[in-house]
Design a binder for this molecule. Structure first.
Ligand SMILES: NC(=O)c1ccc[n+]([C@@H]2O[C@H](COP(=O)([O-])OP(=O)(O)OC[C@H]3O[C@@H](n4cnc5c(N)ncnc54)[C@H](O)[C@@H]3O)[C@@H](O)[C@H]2O)c1
Length: 335
């Protein structure tokens, strides 16, 4: 189905987690599409929010430095919005094990408050929720489709599953139009690379730019799929704009599947110098590792006409170039 970009022109859009990696990329595109965009973000230092992510269009959006757990503030912010892209989240799997209640409060409880605010103050809003492939746990078969059982291996996966389930429940019971995209590993300019809190690939990029070896855990044979952030932004916009998404869950994914060792070698090759090493899995990471994963994204292909377009090699080259140029805004040598 052709996608109507005009839909967003003049639309009143709220993005939670809007200073984060995916949220800021989405905001940039919505500004191009002439939407009126408000970003909500708490800028908690351990998470992915970064004002530099919007440096090129900061004067074209409104920013609310608010925590989504602030129910009163969120009730006000939700009023009169046409679209809510609900992307705020605690994303670290290890942090969710060390501090499970904070993960619960952001990824589940706050989501329920946001939905209640929609029910009470803006039932006509269309919501797109950013879920995660982590909810499937260790795959029982590949590629993983949406019918695969959900067996999260960490607290983060359980709370994100609750978050997406609340969205579908409010769609089904209260007719608040909502859908959820289960993102796979997403990468691109603006991702958190300071450490591995958002994704292991982030810290790999930092290390290779710093001239340090990339550390690959285990034997490096684990398979993954990756989406470049512009493809994820397209999926979010399609999901928002197309009524066929209502009440639905969709996997994102890519037809390119790559082992972690091959990925490390590719990053080193694109960087033109550096090296990688295989090291034993740290015990805490091994306990929540999911083994091989790649997703079946034919459902969103058929329903919304979305498909991944950016090849891993070209997306990684753009991402590396970005961090070589802008690394001072994402880490300093002491952190
Ligand atoms: N990037 C990926 O590979 C990936 C994969 C699967 C799912 N997701 C999901 O996509 C969404 C966006 O992820 P991202 O990669 O952009 O991460 P990110 O950390 O860059 O963005 C999340 C944003 O939410 C903000 N935030 C966190 N807690 C908040 C709170 N209590 N109140 C207000 N703002 C808060 C953070 O400051 C950050 O800016 C998340 O919900 C994440 O679970 C991302």
């Amino acid at each position: 189905m052709p996608f109507d970009d005009e839909l967003f022109s003049g639309a009143n859009v709220l993005i939670t987690g809007g200073l984060g990696f995916v949220g800021s990329s989405l905001a940039r595109q919505l500004v191009v599409l002439q939407a009126k965009v408000t970003l909500v973000d708490s800028l908690i230092p351990e998470y992915g929010g970064n004002l530099f992510n919007i440096h090129d269009f900061r004067d074209k959006v409104s920013i609310e430095l608010t925590d989504v757990r602030d129910t009163k503030a969120m009730a006000t912010l939700i009023k009169k919005r046409d679209f809510l892209f609900n992307l705020a989240g605690q994303t670290s799997h290890l942090d969710s094990m060390a501090d499970p209640l904070t993960d619960l409060s952001i990824n589940a409880v706050a989501q329920l408050h946001i939905l209640e605010a929609c029910r009470l103050h803006n039932p006509d809003v269309k919501i797109v929720f950013a879920s995660t492939r982590q909810i499937y746990g260790r795959p029982e078969y590949l590629p993983v489709d949406e019918k695969h059982p959900t067996n999260p291996v960490d607290v983060n996966g359980i709370n994100k599953l609750a978050g997406e389930s609340y969205h579908l429940l409010y769609n089904n019971i209260y007719k608040i139009r909502a859908c959820a995209l289960r993102l796979t590993n997403t990468y691109g300019p603006g991702m958190r690379v300071k450490d591995a809190r958002q994704t292991f690939l982030g810290v790999w990029l930092r290390r290779v730019v710093e001239g340090k070896p990339i550390q690959v855990y285990g034997d490096g044979t684990q398979l993954r799929d990756f989406n470049f952030v512009s493809d994820v932004v397209k999926a979010l916009l399609r999901a928002a704009g197309d009524p066929a998404s209502e009440g639905q869950l969709f996997n994102l994914g890519h037809w390119e599947h790559i082992s972690l060792e091959e990925l490390a070698a590719l990053v080193v090759r694109l960087n033109k110098h550096g090296r990688y090493e295989l090291i034993p899995f740290p015990v805490d990471r091994k306990a929540i590792d999911i083994g091989d994963y790649y997703g079946d994204f034919s459902k969103i292909q058929n329903a919304l006409g979305w498909s991944a377009e950016v090849l891993l090699e070209s997306g990684l080259a753009v991402t590396l170039a970005y961090y070589k140029k802008h690394h001072a805004h994402y880490w300093n040598s002491k952190t």
